[in-house]
Design a binder for this molecule. Sequence first.
Ligand SMILES: [Zn+2]
Length: 487
Amino acid sequence: MSIANLKPERVWKNFYALTQIPRPSKKELKAVEFAEKFGRSLGLETYRDKLGNIIIRKPATPGMEDRKGIILQGHLDMVPQNNADTPHDWEKDPVEAYEYEIDGQKWVKARGTTLGADDGMGVATAMAILEAKDLKHGPIEALFTIDEETGMTGAFGLEKGKLKGQILLNLDSETEGEIYVGCAGGLDAKFSFPYRTEAAPEGYKFFRITVKGMRGGHSGMEINEGRGNANKTMARTLLPILRDMDGRLASIAGGNLRNAIPREAEAVVAVPAAKASALKKLVAATFEEVKAEIGSIDPAVDMFVKACPAERVMRGTVALRMVKAVLACPNNVVRMSADVPGLVETSTNLAIVRSNGHEINVECLLRSSVDSAKNDLAESMRAVMELAGAKVEYSGGYSGWAPDMKSPILATMKKVYKDMYGKEPLVMAIHAGLECGIIGATYKGLDMVSIGPTLCSPHSPDERVNVASVGKFWDFVVKVLENAPKK
Ligand SMILES: [Zn+2]
């Protein structure tokens, strides 16, 4: 049976149509054209901006004109991933979706590729609302954005003044029964310490210190787990070497992605020959401490030191200043949310410490659902780094979405969900970026939530969507529209 015939058919037939359109991020033009044509074919006001974002407007149904306008938002692009044994031309080939059953649950997945239920399900649901002639709803706008997955450039480029609605339902969450009410914004930090090199003093010996085997992980979602940070551990090891043993730093390399907790770091140091055994003892002792502190969450952590060939070393005080700055720099969770239990409000990841022969660059990723808290953190990090003599650069900032527990649409949705399913939905927020943060920065005062059917393993060829959850999700959206808050 084709997935186009699954129930509710009006959602699945649109989702099936989307699976037939190649739409990898940044190459989603065919999906943009499809959505534009879809809006026009229904005789609805349809707007396509320069980037390819689509807005389709549908008037209120009779008797519902007094309701607040609701924007139904999803993204048109998908993550193009296929298994090595499944050749797939992402600019031409359709996704081959099929239904299967495990443990009495029906799921839909694709043969060897990502399915694109992220966010094809959100788009298909909004399309079904636009087409429907039998539903009751206030004024509707469907907003289909481009390129959510590789930079959210559609959301960033959204024009002001085009959307009229006061409420936004983002249809890109991944668990039925959960309502998201907040996300984090981000800011990239780069601190640089310029240096010159010289030969090490006479009689110095060189050693390579290695920290490895930490778990690392997502710098937002996993920042509150107490995992080790290889750059912090390396700085802690280097401090007594540089400060107390007349040690010199030749090079350092820790971490490689701003949004990943650093798992590994290496440094090459030189110490007077007489201090070589003290250096080895120090590394071993530090390893024992670190293992005792984080071994339960980072069981594979390892640290060792090995003699290595001579290199040029950094001149002057720069290495010690950098190490002190890395030690003093905030890292991990800075504040938990006072409104949403368990949510990290503000955090920073000391992601990268790397020398390149003329400067040491330290890079961090700051996140917060509260923009002013993120800026406050940025200033405290700037203070540390400027005191240590570093050049400070911030870039790539984007807004968070602070949870509003008094949101009218949230109140409606909690009540509707309870009436329908006999239990409260879970109200959650995420410590990572969502399009809501960016759209909300352009359209101030929008009342927003994010919901979706249950997806597993998005962004991988194991991506699948739970069939029953699609039906529950559809019924829920329909009832929420029926009960939308009045103007
Ligand atoms: Zn998505």
